[in-house]
Design a protein around this ligand. Structure first.
Ligand SMILES: [Zn+2]
Length: 328
């Protein structure tokens, strides 16, 4: 589908060609490898006005009536019963880059679609699937969608560390066990603020007027090499224990000794702010940076030259801590 659509030389062709011209700056932030991309074609996403008034005025670009002439659609039926449209993202960050949107025009909300996200990760082990919350980078918060990009696109996939205070990694062999474990972590976002503050955890202070806690989620599936069963593996992860009085975050190394053919991985970022202060700063200091999953995962995207030049590793670090909800 990807090569067929590019062959039609439409908007996607132009933007994927431009992707090879993207300037990249490598950065190290607290030992974590990050990258900054200067990608002028992303200006529409970085600057997206997602206010209810603006959404009312525009045609939905994820609904069949709103797609452009050259856009192809592949229908994917999830085992959960939902159907999704898989399309080439016309404003890519990576190549290839797909949108996976619900066949129904319904609001961006994770929980009814989380299981499908995991099935998709397993069906596409060469891709990483991510979800931007309605206040955390989604440019179509009125239409439920995921995105799919090549595996290893995000530094967090290969460099997760328990020192990385902004993220929780969940890893399980079985889909349903993994789903339950992820939901347990997500529940932090829905517990009352007072309860979360009694523990070491400050994450998940719900925003009263919003229907979903602020989060970015990324999932992928690693099959075992050659399809053989893997006897055991060990990994570091952050896990969370919830009880009536307390919420505690543990850093631990888990040793799996079960036979398995692959494993699910999900990273959860809790968010405090939608956009950083510098986004609203006066022109001469302004940095047009609107963090979503990709940014939380270690790839910064800016759409203008001034922002690219102004963003230093320490500024990027400060922006990420400003918009993230620290979980330790
Ligand atoms: Zn729609």
């Amino acid at each position: 589908m990807f090569s067929r659509e590019l062959a039609s030389h439409g908007r996607a062709f132009v933007n994927y060609q431009a992707l090879s011209q993207v300037e990249v700056k490598d950065m190290t932030i607290d030992g974590f490898p990050a990258k900054l991309f200067f990608n002028p074609a992303r200006v529409r996403s970085v600057m997206a006005d997602v206010s209810p008034e603006a959404l009312q005025k525009r045609a939905c670009f994820l609904c069949p009536d709103g797609v452009e002439e050259h856009q192809l659609t592949h229908n994917w039926d999830s085992p959960t019963g939902h159907t999704y449209y898989i399309r080439v993202n016309p404003f890519p960050i990576f190549s290839p880059h797909f949108t996976v949107s619900s066949s129904v025009h319904e609001r961006q909300e994770l929980l009814p679609h989380l299981e499908s996200m995991l099935h998709l990760a397993k069906e596409l082990p060469e891709m990483t699937i991510f979800y931007n919350g309605p206040m955390c980078g989604a440019s179509a918060p009125d239409h439920m969608h995921f995105q799919a990009v090549p595996r290893h696109s995000l530094p967090i996939e290969d460099h997760f560390s328990t020192n990385y205070a902004n993220a929780i990694l969940v890893q399980e062999v079985d889909l349903q066990t993994h789903l339950a474990a992820v939901k347990k972590v997500l529940a932090i976002g829905t517990i009352p603020e007072e309860a979360s503050q009694t523990g070491s955890l400050t994450a998940g202070a719900s925003h009263a007027e919003e229907y979903e806690p602020r989060w970015n989620i990324v999932s992928w599936y690693t099959p075992s090499p050659n399809g053989d069963s893997v006897e055991s593996c060990s990994m570091v992860q952050n896990s969370v224990e919830l009880s009536a009085e307390n919420t505690t975050l543990h850093h631990s190394t888990q040793h799996y000794t079960t036979l398995h053919n692959g494993m699910f991985h999900t990273v959860i970022f809790f968010r405090k702010e939608s956009r950083p202060q510098c986004f609203f700063a006066p022109e001469e200091e302004r940095i047009l940076f609107s963090p979503a999953t990709v940014e939380m995962g270690g790839i910064g995207i800016v759409a203008n030259r001034e922002s690219f030049d102004r963003l230093t590793p320490s500024k990027l670090r400060n922006i990420i801590s400003e918009v993230a909800d620290e979980i330790v």
